[in-house]
Design a protein around this ligand. Structure first.
Ligand SMILES: Cc1ncc(CN)c(N)n1
Length: 225
């Protein structure tokens, strides 16, 4: 669904506004069956292993998306922040996949992603199209939806016992520290951009936010096949 023309309210930031206006998609993501299974410590191993492959591919996609955001950045602060985001992805997160594939004796994911299911390809293709065609605020609004939803559900899930050490480690990578700072920064960028954005740009930012949440749902359905 494309949102109707968007206006930012005076008092609260635009990031909170678009999350509230898209509560149905947000709630569907942070309450997805996959999230519920992690929280209840009952995620089947086969689902986790399929998820890891799709997720590894998505992290590689996120590197491309944030690299394109960096190319479109106009200030040194934005470039530094985005370089930090990229560092977290190519080191902390890719290191995690290399270790987990070794520990679980899984073959590495094929780099071209040819074997990905439609749900995983949908999120990848949506994010890459946004990165290629969108302005910086649109790209950041789309990635805010992905990062903020993960920070939210992982923070909640991390207060429950998670017995699979690799799953626990993955959840913990999205709680506090540099990841939380990244979400704070993305929100601040969206809030600041909205203050001077045209109505068309506000709508484009909200569309990117919602579309990403909508694409997250089939991505997380996919490992259940
Ligand atoms: C599918 C997906 N969406 C979001 C995130 C948060 N980086 C993630 N790791 N994976």
């Amino acid at each position: 669904m494309i949102p109707a023309e968007t206006t930012p309210p005076a008092a609260e930031g635009f990031s909170l506004t678009i999350r509230a206006r898209n509560k149905d998609a947000w709630d569907a993501m942070v309450g997805h069956r996959f999230v519920q299974d992690v929280r209840a410590d009952r995620l089947p191993d086969a689902v986790f292993q399929r998820y890891l492959r799709y997720e590894h591919a998505f992290v590689e996609t996120a590197v491309t998306v944030f690299a394109q955001a960096l190319a479109k950045a106009s200030t040194t602060d934005q470039r530094r922040r985005l370089a930090t985001v990229l560092h977290g992805l190519v080191f902390d997160q890719i290191d995690y996949f290399e270790a987990v594939f070794r520990d679980l004796r899984m073959a590495p994911t094929d780099e071209a992603g040819a074997s990905l299911p439609d749900g995983a390809k949908g999120l990848r293709d949506g994010a890459l199209a946004l990165a290629a065609n969108g302005s910086l605020p649109e790209i950041l609004a789309g990635m805010l939806a992905a990062e903020w939803a993960y920070e939210t559900w992982c923070t909640e899930a991390s207060s429950h016992p998670i017995s699979h050490p690799s799953l626990k480690a993955w959840v913990d990578l999205h709680v506090g520290g540099a990841f939380a700072e990244q979400v704070v920064w993305l929100r601040a960028e969206i809030d600041a951009a909205a203050l001077t954005a045209s109505p068309a740009l506000l709508t484009a930012m909200e569309t990117a936010f919602r579309r990403t949440l909508e694409l997250e749902l089939p991505f997380h359905d996919a490992p259940y096949r």
